[in-house]
Design a protein around this ligand. Structure first.
Ligand code: NDP
Length: 435
């Protein structure tokens, strides 16, 4: 904490991993002697730069951007770019650190990184977003490459932003290469990439429930967010026969007493992707949908909670409400959405808790598959990618079970994901010597 002052999110992420791995780490002298944990908490490098751009009315703006290249022990750096006013170096360090273990869990050759900017895309025109992305890539292109570092999307960075970033990379480098993932399917993107994080988290939830003698069909699920992850988690949950009761955005949440329908979800996809509208519009459009302004959805009674918006969005009082209402599992679609205290409470009360680094790894897994398709100039069918995604999520679940012995016959997914993800990186670091 002294070495990284004011980096609260980063401290939180490191503490969570360290708490899980410490007993196991102390048991393995070879890792301890090589100072693996200590070395892993220091990123390989952080690039910080200014992004200057012009508004439609001709005013000049300057934002700050970063790329945190954390570890490339297992493969080229890989991790998303986030555009949100709350982005700081601490947030990107926490995300980059988590990404190392998440990518390790997928079994694919990918290192850990994250990047982004405090640029707020909300309320900006397409042209303003384009000018920002072009300006950002003008610096970023020096630090990335298909065998070096392959960014993707995250909060505020979807297919529109990836298109603008990729266009500028090609212009600067004069070559087509799979340097970004999450591209449109017309220009090298993979089938199922945009759905992958949400679908993958529901596949993981399905395995968690099955492992504990439950099934997803008929379960009442409360989901936060209405972005890429939340909407496709909802879509897959509905397809599996679950009842999705809520979705939200930063203004409030909608409650659908009978469960979201396919028709409502189609409306929400269009609302968010094309009109960039607010979730409250769903209540104006459909009967039986109630909008709660300025509130979070965790007070709604459910079997499963899926936080899919942002970090630390579910705190102790939210966890108490969920437990009081009989929740059996919390499956993270977002990264670190549960505060440290709330996570302890869930564990102490025996609630199944799937951490994002395991349950939301489907997105980066399909990004890895996009890299493979780009490298071989082949495009796999939707069925083929979905089949591989399902298998990867199954194998991540199996690794969590193998490493996450919990109390009362329940799997401790937080420990399982942390130790399993850590072990592979530690082995690679030992093999490389002191680097
Ligand atoms: P999007 O930008 O598509 O959507 C984010 C959603 O979360 C929006 O509904 C947004 O509401 C809401 N949100 C964002 N910040 C806040 C906040 N501070 N308070 C309340 N609500 C907020 O992002 P994604 O769906 O891609 O990402 C969501 C989470 O999933 C993030 O934690 C991300 O790191 C993680 N993730 C994403 C992956 C991906 O493939 N996209 C892969 C793995 C993890 P509003 O529109 O009002 O801002």
């Amino acid at each position: 904490k002294k070495r990284n002052p004011y980096e609260e999110e980063f401290h939180q992420a490191v503490e969570e991993v360290a708490t899980s791995v410490m007993p196991w780490y102390l048991d393995h002298e070879k890792y301890r002697r090589a100072q693996i944990l200590e070395r892993l908490t220091e990123p390989d490098r952080i690039v910080t730069f200014r992004v200057s751009w012009q508004t439609d009315s001709g005013e000049i703006r300057a934002n700050r951007a970063w790329r945190v290249q954390f570890s490339h022990c297992l493969g080229p750096y890989k991790g998303g770019l986030r555009f949100h006013p709350s982005v700081t170096q601490s947030v990107l360090k926490f995300l980059g650190f988590e990404q190392i273990f998440k990518n390790s869990l997928t079994g694919l050759p990918m290192g850990g990184a994250k990047g982004g900017s405090n640029f707020n895309p909300k309320g900006k025109s397409d042209n303003e977003v384009m000018r920002f992305c072009h300006s950002m890539m003008t610096e970023l292109h020096r630090h990335i490459g298909e065998d070096v570092d392959v960014p993707a999307g995250d909060i505020g960075v979807g297919s529109r932003e990836i298109g603008y970033l990729f266009g500028q990379y090609m212009r600067l480098e004069n070559r087509w290469t799979g340097v970004l993932t999450g591209k449109g399917c017309a220009f090298g993107g993979s089938a199922v990439r945009k759905e992958a994080t949400g679908y993958g988290s529901v596949y993981f939830l399905e395995d968690v429930l099955k492992q504990h003698g439950e099934e997803i069909e008929g379960k009442a699920i409360v989901i936060s967010g209405s972005g890429n992850v939340a909407r496709y988690a909802a879509e897959k949950a509905v397809a599996k026969g679950a009842k999705v009761l809520t979705l939200s955005d930063s203004d409030g949440f909608i409650e659908v007493r009978d469960g979201l329908t396919v028709e409502q979800l189609e409306f929400i996809h269009e609302l968010k992707e094309q009109w960039r509208g607010r979730i409250s519009a769903v209540a104006d459009e459909f009967g039986g949908v109630v909008y709660h302004d300025g509130a979070k959805p965790w007070g709604v009674s459910c079997d499963v909670a899926m936080p899919c918006a942002t970090q630390n969005e579910l705190d102790v009082s939210d966890a108490e409400s969920l437990i009081g209402n009989g929740v059996i599992a919390v499956c993270e679609g977002a990264n670190m959405p549960v505060t440290a205290d709330a996570a302890h409470l869930l564990r102490d009360r025996g609630i199944l808790h799937a951490p994002g680094k395991a349950s939301n790894a489907g997105g980066v897994a399909v990004s890895g598959l996009e890299q493979s398709q780009n490298a071989t100039r082949i495009s796999w069918s939707r069925e083929e990618v979905d089949r591989r995604l399902r298998e990867i999520m199954k194998s991540i679940h199996a690794r969590c079970v193998a490493f996450g012995e919990g109390k009362g016959g329940k799997v401790n997914y937080v420990d399982g994901a942390n130790i399993s993800g850590f072990e592979k990186v530690a082995e690679a670091m030992l093999a490389y010597g002191v680097v």
